[in-house]
Design a protein around this ligand. Sequence first.
Ligand code: NAD
Length: 296
Amino acid sequence: MSTLPKIAWIGLGIMGSPMSENLLKAGYSVTGFTLEQDKLDRLAKAGGSVAGSIAEAVKDADVIITMVPASPQVEAISYGPEGILENAKQGALIVDMSSITPQTSVDLAKNAAEKGIRVIDAPVSGGEAGAIEAVLSIMVGGGQADFDEALPILEALGKTIVLCGPHGSGQTVKAANQLIVAVNIQACAEAVVFLEKSGVNLQAALDVLNGGLAGSTVLTRKKDNFLNRDFKPGFRIDLHHKDMGIVTDAARNVGAALPVGAVVAQLVASLRAQGDGGLDHSALLRAVERLSGQQV
Ligand code: NAD
């Protein structure tokens, strides 16, 4: 009989599927629930148990991990008669790894505490590849004791795991992460169009750029997307649009100016408005190409 905590996993999408599989590989028992049948089949094939509802998934769990798109989905799975708070056992620990507004995390922690349930926010960076390779950066908000309890589980999912402060702090740091990533992708996309229009060998240019100060994890991970115009997600523009909304709103609340971030937020919004919301965020290249008079 394993002495490891029993895990419930809600949200088995691009990130949640490989992450939950890494917990199975580490020896944890995982019971999952998500909206797509094929993702449930994938969990069962990997050795997990499939639940028919959130209530069924969480009822015996010691730790409940959630990885859904945004604040409305976190609220939908957490609250109400069928939600996590009504159906989890007292003393359970919720680890919400979704990227949501810091305020939603603070409110969830408060509402859960009234039911004797603990919460940490633990959003991640590193993308689908980082999830598959278990090398995610995990930014945590919450109490030290809860962080310490979750740490062995998080170590099966990521490499850099840091407690950033009280509830919501992980989300604030994740919002900053999304600002940096979007601006970096935009700069890379502008460089790609500039280099191609200048007739330079793009592959050679990106290789040498990535070895110098202009190099980045974004360039390493997204180089092939740019070279091959492969915009299969990855991280969807729809989700980055949500994150640019979170960071611009949170920055306004604290009186921080994000002039470049605001422009990139508009470019992400425009890409989405043109029907590219389902593409990977490296599709910011398409926005620069359109602005530069290229057919996309
Ligand atoms: P996704 O859309 O691929 O997956 C979301 C999953 O949530 C789906 O499987 C869906 O069934 C499930 N879900 C939604 N509502 C539900 C409900 N009511 N009950 C049960 N399940 C429900 O999204 P993703 O790309 O895996 O991203 C998940 C989160 O991780 C988002 O907050 C995103 O911003 C963040 N994130 C994504 C990446 C990435 O590269 N994809 C990287 C870092 C962080």
